[in-house]
Design a protein around this ligand. Structure first.
Ligand code: 5GP
Length: 188
């Protein structure tokens, strides 16, 4: 699948602060479309249908997958998440760049399909810091936190070796500025 604008893929371990960084960076960048993914996970408090995700049942997700409406999809922590081709088309038809927020495997899959995609990895300052952030945010049950910290070292290794840009999120303001400048095309 081709896209006229630039394709940015942002990934990083759960708890690295991706969501906040992306939200803040997008406020500083023009002409970029945030790709809203489809997921079978239920909404968290404060999440809005069509803004944060398209929240789907398993059957609805299956239907999209069989119709070929997904550019990629992955199972992450027992739930399915997928990029809808229609989101990429929205960006293309309005001449905008697009930002996809994906897990690490999804990011590599997108690069295989869209060779010009720029992969940005959000790196936590350390594994200890990642664990403490996950505990503080209390979005996840204890077992889920372990699941997330267990896979983080492997994800960080892939980030270091295979991504185009690595942003260490030790200072939120500086990391936001770095991400914004990457999205503006100032740093690649
Ligand atoms: P969360 O449930 O915390 O919102 O997301 C869990 C993980 O799924 C995060 O790493 C997020 O980046 C990833 N994710 C969200 N949407 C997609 C998608 O469309 N495709 C893939 N492969 N991963 C996604």
């Amino acid at each position: 699948m081709e896209s006229k604008g630039r394709v940015f893929v942002v990934a990083g371990p759960s708890g690295a602060g991706k969501d906040t960084l992306i939200r803040k960076a997008l406020q500083k960048v023009e002409d970029i479309h945030y790709s809203v993914s489809a997921t079978t996970r239920p909404p968290r408090e404060g999440e809005v249908e069509g803004r944060d995700y398209y929240f789907l049942s398993d059957d609805e997700f299956d239907r999209l997958a069989t119709q070929g409406a997904l550019l990629e999809w992955e199972e992450v922590f027992g739930r399915r998440y997928g990029t809808m081709k229609s989101e990429v088309e929205k960006a293309t038809s309005s001449g905008k760049n697009i930002l996809l927020e994906l897990d690490v495997k999804g990011a590599l899959n997108v690069r295989a399909k869209m060779k010009h995609a720029l992969l940005v990895f959000i790196m936590p300052p350390s594994l200890e810091e990642l664990e403490s952030r996950l505990e503080k945010r209390r979005l996840d049950k204890e077992g889920d936190i372990k699941l997330r910290t267990d896979i983080a070292p492997g994800e960080m290794e892939i980030g270091r070796n295979s991504f185009d840009v690595v942003i260490v999120n030790d200072d939120a303001d500086k990391a936001t500025e770095k991400l914004a400048s990457v999205l503006r095309g100032e740093k690649t």
